[in-house]
Design a protein around this ligand. Sequence first.
Ligand code: BDR
Ligand code: CA
Length: 326
Amino acid sequence: IHKVWLDCDPGHDDATAILLALHTSSIELLGISTVHGNTDATHTALNAARCLHAWGAPPNLRVYAGAAKPLLRAPRYDPEIHGADGLGGVVGLPSPEASEVRARIAVDQPAIEAIARAVREAEGKVVVVASGPLTNVALFVSAYPELLEKIEQIVFMGGGIGIGNRSPGAEWNILCDPEAAQIVLDAPIKTVMMPLNVTHKAIVTSALQARLRNPSGEPGPASPLRHTLATLVTFFADTYRSTFGFESGPPLHDALTIAYVAHPEFFEGTRWRVDVERAGVYTAGETIADVYGYRACDDTWGPGGKNCFVVMDLRNDEFFEYLLQA
Ligand code: BDR
Ligand code: CA
């Protein structure tokens, strides 16, 4: 059983990562923290709580609201892709004001303290998964270096090798907080990056959307959960079509992080030195992978080494079968 802490900014694809984390038998979800990103930090926390309720999470599973802004830069939000509240167009979730949603928001501890407590109390090692900007994770690795020996790996969705999405060179999660991403990459611990190069291969095609809505293929209304997921994917498909010209469906970026924890055999990647451009006029937030080994690196994770396992390919059919099963 993989013990997982999920840090996220829901976000349509983050919502699917939460769903997978809850309904994968080999994963025990210890808790959720949220971060600024697709929308402001208040909404990402509420959205995570709304998803926990709608996806049938155990009542004791709570959301810890984390950083409301990047380490150094001004926050950015992305209403064009995720709507003003981060889960635009999603029908059937409880309202942010609902008591069952409010009850899921933990107020007893800041997010990074909650992560630390979960790691400290866990038997064995914990996997930290991040599907938003890396601010909380950077704060956690900086504040609790003594706990890193209990972290098995940090798996994050972000970056791109030679490709960006919210600037010519940068992927959104890294663009939002490049300094945090560099801190995480320099932590002396294995990091796994799930960049656009692979996530753009995980397209929810219209055939998959139809199966999600109605797996039996028989005519008839979708179940409430399937209806909610269908509205989620439809909204995401529409924004990806209008913004990026994706005609065949939206990429389910964040779900791949959880899939990687449960099924690394679905994925292929290479260990490289990866750094984040933090000063570039055109390229701030770009992830720079030393594919041809220009820099002298040892085999340690962290500042002097090949610090990141970069996933570049996946067995798409197996991933989607697993997702539909969950
Ligand atoms: C990432 O940015 C957000 O739009 C998604 O939730 C995902 O984490 C993709 O670049
Ligand atoms: Ca996200």
